[in-house]
Design a protein around this ligand. Structure first.
Ligand code: PMP
Length: 462
């Protein structure tokens, strides 16, 4: 096997590593550990592989952060960016200004979105898109004369980003502790994790019914007239790749309808083919009022995100902006022409190269190899759908007992996978896969062969 000794670098005097430690505050990093280990510096990319500064060629089993759908060397995206940089490198879209890439992209997105949507708003990151959705919920209810209907329900372990409102909706303790979050009016309901949270003997459908009832109880307790929206990822990503149990969204959507509560589908990870369809709203039959997308929208080559709004919300924006004189929301880079041109080209590649069909053809071998990991003593559950998946490590498989301390096993296994040439991401003791959508069946086997070798080594080290 391709054993890659990509061990933690030492941090000698004037190295890139020491300059990094001295100057760069990394996102989502343990800074005490980082000072000891230094960074892992990635210097190049080719297809599904990246190269580090020690010369290791690594399979990017997470597509970076669930985003580089077309891998790391798609020339058409480079050319689309270069072309637009030469034509018009920047213009804004405030106060009725517009650019052709922004118009083309908005139109194209409305053409492919699977539920009726009226308009597309552009931002730069997933967090900005979900944060904009929060503001839309508040703005909409003010504009239609229901100013008390402002609370937003998300789910424990949901991930919606890190700006103040987005981090509040994110249901992970690490995003709240020390930050004085969540803010008021953001509530969290239960995680739909059947394997972990079902009662003994409870069927999947009954578990889904119970979760819908719990949501309804929360709405009742808060007062339905105060609850404005519910936000959910079709498949929870950063919270541990949690696939909804059968009938879950059907039942949740019934509850939302009953109380006239808006539904926001956060497709920042799932959008653009991840689940084997263009949008996971198709896969799970969602009928959202708003959808957020980012990441695979541009294969991450440039930052761009989008928020779809339906006609009712658009009418409220129109009315409100006429009253106030403007719709007081938007970013300097909303609809940035170069990012929009790259996104448009990304969508063209998805069509020209049959990327969704390709995902459908490789997702079965991917899910089968993932399922096979259940043979390991400490793999408690494997789960996934399409080209996203994860395995969860436990100390006792039958009792589903987590390792103590929680998180160390996930970190150790991800480190072993790295030694074997595969970058995966540990989310606590869950190890996630989300490879570029262009991964071939052969590359899937190479990736899982390496992961199995890593798991074998780790098991024998226990
Ligand atoms: N929503 C979801 C579902 C995400 O997975 C993420 C990022 N992982 C975000 C929102 C936030 O996106 P960003 O990091 O671009 O702000």
């Amino acid at each position: 096997t391709n054993v890659n000794p990509a061990v933690a670098p030492t941090v000698p005097g004037n190295s890139d590593a020491s300059r990094d430690v001295a100057s760069y505050l990394h996102p989502y990093t343990n800074h005490a550990t980082h000072e000891q280990t230094g960074p892992h510096i990635i210097t190049g990319g080719d297809g599904i592989y990246v190269t580090d500064d020690a010369g290791h060629k690594l399979i990017e089993g997470m597509a970076g952060l669930w985003c580089t759908s077309l891998g790391f060397s798609e020339k058409r995206l480079v050319d689309a960016a270069t072309k637009q940089l030469n034509i018009l490198p920047y213009y804004h879209t405030f106060a009725s200004k517009s650019t052709n890439p922004a118009i083309d992209l908005a139109e194209k997105l409305l053409e492919i979105v699977p539920v009726p949507m009226s308009k597309v708003f552009f931002a730069n990151s997933g967090s900005e898109a979900t944060d904009s959705a929060v503001k839309m919920v508040w703005y909409y209810h003010n504009a239609i004369g229901q100013p008390e209907k402002k609370k937003i329900i998300s789910r424990k372990k949901g991930y919606h980003g890190v700006t103040v409102a987005a981090a509040s909706m994110t249901g992970l303790p690490g995003n709240h502790k020390l930050f004085d979050l969540p803010i008021d009016r953001i509530l969290h309901t239960e995680t739909p994790h059947y394997w972990r949270d079902a009662l003994p003997g409870e069927e999947e459908e009954d578990f889904a019914t119970r979760l819908a009832e719990q949501l309804e109880d929360l709405i009742q307790a808060e007062g339905p007239e105060t609850v404005g929206a519910f936000i959910a990822e079709p498949i929870m990503g950063a919270g541990g790749v949690i696939v909804p149990p059968r009938t879950y969204f059907e039942k949740i959507q019934e509850v939302l309808k009953r109380y006239d509560i808006l539904f926001i589908a956060d497709e920042v990870i799932c959008g653009f083919g991840r689940t084997g369809r263009m949008f996971a709203s198709e896969t799970f039959r969602l009928k959202p009022d708003m959808i957020t997308v980012a990441k695979q929208l541009s294969s991450a080559y440039l930052p761009i995100s989008a928020l779809f709004i339906n006609e009712a919300i658009y009418q409220a924006v129109k009315k409100g902006s006429d009253e106030v004189g403007t719709f007081g929301h938007g970013f300097t880079y909303s609809g940035h022409p170069v990012a929009a041109a790259v996104a448009l080209e990304t969508l063209k590649i998805y069509e020209d190269d049959g990327i969704i069909e390709h995902v459908r053809s490789v997702m079965s071998p991917f899910q089968k190899r993932l399922k096979d990991l259940n043979k390991f003593e400490h793999v408690g559950e494997t789960r996934g759908h399409g080209l996203i998946g994860a395995f969860e490590l436990v100390s006792d498989k039958c009792a589903k007992t987590p390792f103590d301390p929680y998180g160390a096993a996930g970190k150790a296994v991800a480190a072993k996978c790295l030694e074997h040439g595969v970058i995966l991401r540990a989310l606590g003791d869950t190890v996630a896969f989300c490879p570029p959508l262009i991964i071939t069946e052969d590359q899937i086997h190479t990736m899982f062969d390496a992961v199995e070798a890593a798991l074998t080594e780790w098991h024998s080290s226990l």
